[in-house]
Design a protein around this ligand. Sequence first.
Ligand code: PLP
Length: 405
Amino acid sequence: MSNGISAPGVNLHRETLAVRQAVDRSQYGENSEALYLTTGFVQPSAEASARRFGGDEDGYTYGRSGNPTVTSFEQRLAAMEGAEACMATASGMAAVMLMCFSLLKAGDHVIISQSMFGSTLKLIGSEFGRFGVETSVVPQTDLTAWRVAMRPSTRLLFAETPTNPLGEVCDIRALAELAHQAGALLAVDNCFATPALQRPIELGADIVMHSGTKYLDGQGRVMAGALCATEAMVREKFLPVQKNSGMVLSPFNAWVVLKGLETLDLRMKAQSAQTLKLAQWLESHRAVGRVYYPGLSSHPQHELAMRQMGGIGGAVVSFDVRADGAEQARQRAFHVLDQLQVLSLCTNLGDTKTLCTHSASTSHGKLSEAQRQAAGIGQGLIRVAVGLEHLDDICNDLDRGLSSL
Ligand SMILES: *Cc1c(COP(=O)(O)O)cnc(C)c1O
């Protein structure tokens, strides 16, 4: 059926899989993935239709149950993550929703870190709480706290590494052992590192969750999400819920992200290399206080990060503007952001354009000042998600505000 490579594990490198995996060609022999914009699929016979609806035969029936362009994206991402299978979703949050909905029931217990993506904390901690799922929230880097939080009803540990915006890193292998000793699963949000730098399944994780909106697309065009796991988990747990709940990825978005995956490795390496240089420049700037980047030797989990992420720190760096007190810190951070002429003031990441944001008033704006302080996010903190502009232009644009404080 395919002129490409349909199954992972044929000893090709990840860079090759990124451009070659799951190119299932039609009768026209197109070299790039076809975009199948159709809702329904015509059935070859009533018998075949019955078998497909009964789950006894593979084949497309209706857009909520599957689409060939979406399948290509799933197969390619699974291969790049070293997973058996993958299920695409409409967004990263839809992936979290699908995972929790598929695996949890009332009375189950989940452990998540306090530094996880804000919507993840809200969805699992608050919304799923209404249905009787209990959640413990622990400090990201404190393995003992994860261990102490374990209960007989613990079903899922969910970690994100590195985190937003401080780049805190947790030990995936150690968390996987902790989960498995208790018969629980470990899920990892691999949004910041991507399979180009970190492959949680190789380190023992059971599920890799993605916001494809970020680096997988990589050019800030579409929303997308995914869950990578075993074939059995995808087929038996995720697929039935996905079919009936409809959090499906649009074929157009899948096609855009497929294109993004082809350059993921190049982009992650280039953007990370710039980020390390920017972080070093920031560390030496007189108007800058602390710089948070796992690639810097000053980072508390630097060694773990380098081991776990193939020696590369990722493309997000945050820093504190020097100031006396919270009020002045906020004013100064706003000043730096308002002086930008090239970079974007934009709360997103994973774009080829460098995006700068004030975490305390945006992504973490709904937290109380005490919660923010516990999370280590001050009023002077600026997060920079580094893109592909020339490094000098990035530094100069930040320096405009920093040197005029
Ligand atoms: C953006 C993001 C999400 C949510 O993904 P969406 O595609 O916006 O729904 C989850 N986790 C992390 C780490 C993110 O950055």
